[in-house]
Design a protein around this ligand. Structure first.
Ligand code: UGA
Length: 457
């Protein structure tokens, strides 16, 4: 690997007008990124170690639920611009710009991130390179990782090639991944020379022409932008959840309060929905990894802040379990509980660290007869909690229930007919709206006992 110098050329390193792209890791992030790049007209190869995933994607099938992605994938594959392989060497030989999108899950028994996949991807790529290349990290990593990887890539890449590493964090949300990738809020690039920056400007040309801000910075700042964004979002959610407890005690309504706060542009209304709290494959593990890294760096204020954010968040799950137990008169043993929602949020089948599934499992462990229904996450839930009972409709989950819990705010639950549902539940049934997403008055009028979190009585 050559030292990083500035020698601009707008073309791909192989001399083509458009750089060829590889995407390493084809999970939610990588599969979407690969399909979006093909949609933008680039020739793309996606790489994954899982042959089943590669076979599915090659056949135009998305192995998870993400609205809009199947159409994008099929278009890319049919156009001939998008293909998938398990062979990293093939990708190294093909592409000029390599996006590393592999997972950085929480390390078992630690708050720190497990970096083995990201390390293997960079090292494997560097080892197989046959021509000049830009290696771009998209995975979320602890600050300091990219500089270490750059040094390792320098040692591993064949001599005489221009091989550079840059960090380009990803901000896409599951459920909105396609739009977030095709029209990002901002493009952040860390550690790129003019050569690398020009390549990435070519990759993101359409967004940049539409006015998307391009922020060029160093590696540690780029790494930290990503985790700080997630940490801030998590803090906002835990803040409103802590306020919702005050609302409960004081008889105030947290939703009205959040609406009123949101009119202040300095605060904004988004991510102020009080409820069961945050889950998924990103926010929980990212705040823990940040806590861990900040501790290593001696940045103790942030450690304390993230600890509180995490604790408030986890407490929300207990709070909802306690509400159900209390509603059942102190014990849920042999009581029928209908659970609506298992995914960590709507528009996804992802149940990683899902508050909904945690609450359902917690009630099941306490002896309740729990029937869970989620429009998309039935299969993924069953893989994690096979012992829970899964219904195939809202009506089935609600049938004969003493208590119904709304744990994921899918539109089908928000718009359900409370009168029709009450006729299926036990007389005098209670609905616990743990996402504050139902029209409370309509449910009360239909005869339900309605309980929200921080919802005025
Ligand atoms: C999050 C970030 O929003 C993305 O910008 C980021 O790129 C991504 O993580 C990532 O690191 O890859 P995501 O995990 O898809 O995206 O989910 P969010 O939409 O952020 O929701 C996270 C959780 O917060 C969900 O469980 C949701 O129900 C909860 N939430 C959200 C609330 O409890 N209240 C709110 O007001 C908003």
């Amino acid at each position: 690997m050559t030292e990083q110098t500035d020698a601009p050329t707008a073309d791909g390193p192989q001399g083509g007008q458009r750089p060829r792209i590889s995407v390493i890791g084809t999970g939610y992030l990588g599969a979407t990124h690969a399909a979006a790049m093909a949609e933008l007209g680039f020739d793309v190869v996606g790489v994954d170690v899982d042959p089943a995933k590669v076979a599915a994607l090659s056949a135009g099938e998305v192995p998870f639920y993400e609205p809009g992605l199947p159409e994008l994938l099929v278009r890319g594959v049919e156009s001939g611009r998008l293909r998938f392989t398990t062979d990293l060497a093939e990708a190294a030989a093909f592409a000029d710009v390599h996006f590393v999108c592999v997972g950085t899950p929480q390390r078992p028994g630690s708050n720190g991130a497990d970096l083995r996949y990201v390390e293997a991807a960079f090292e494997g790529l560097a080892h197989h390179l046959t021509h000049d290349a830009l290696l771009v990290g998209k995975s979320t990593v602890p600050v300091g990782t990219a500089a270490r990887l750059a040094a390792r890539v320098r040692e591993t890449a064949p001599a005489g090639l221009r091989v550079e590493l840059a960090w380009n964090p990803e901000f896409l949300r599951e459920g909105k991944a396609v739009a977030d990738t095709l029209t990002p809020d901002r493009v952040v690039v860390g550690g790129a020379t003019t050569w690398g920056e020009d390549l990435l400007r070519a990759v993101y040309a359409r967004s940049l022409a539409a006015g998307t801000p391009f922020i060029a910075t160093d590696l540690p700042t780029a790494e930290l932008v990503k985790v700080s964004a997630n940490a801030f979002l998590a803090t906002k959610i835990s803040f409103i959840n802590a306020i919702s407890q005050v609302c409960d005690r004081a008889g105030a309504d947290v939703t009205v309060l959040a609406d009123a706060l949101g009119h202040d542009v300095r605060i904004g209304r988004q991510f102020l929905n009080a409820g069961l709290g945050f889950g998924g494959g990103c926010l929980p593990k990212d705040i823990r990894a940040l806590m861990h890294r900040a501790g290593e760096l001696g940045a103790d204020s942030l450690v304390a802040l993230m600890q509180d954010v995490d604790e408030i968040n986890m407490w929300q799950r207990q709070r909802v379990i306690d509400m159900a137990v209390q509603t059942c008169g102190g014990s849920v043993l042999n009581r029928r509980i209908g659970v609506l929602g298992a995914a960590f949020k709507p528009d996804t089948d992802d149940v990683r660290d899902s508050p909904a599934l945690n609450v359902a499992a917690g009630l099941h462990l306490r002896g309740a007869q729990v029937v869970v229904y989620d429009p998309e996450a039935g299969e993924t839930s069953r893989r994690i909690f096979p012992s829970l009972t899964y219904g195939t409709s809202t009506e089935e989950a609600v049938a004969d229930a003493d208590v119904v819990l709304v744990l994921t705010e899918w539109p089908v639950f928000r718009t359900a007919d409370p009168k029709a549902l009450l006729s299926r539940a036990r007389p005098g049934a209670t609905v616990i709206d743990a996402r504050n997403c139902l029209p409370a008055d309509a449910w009360r009028e239909a005869g339900w006992t309605y309980r929200g979190l921080g919802a005025a009585r």
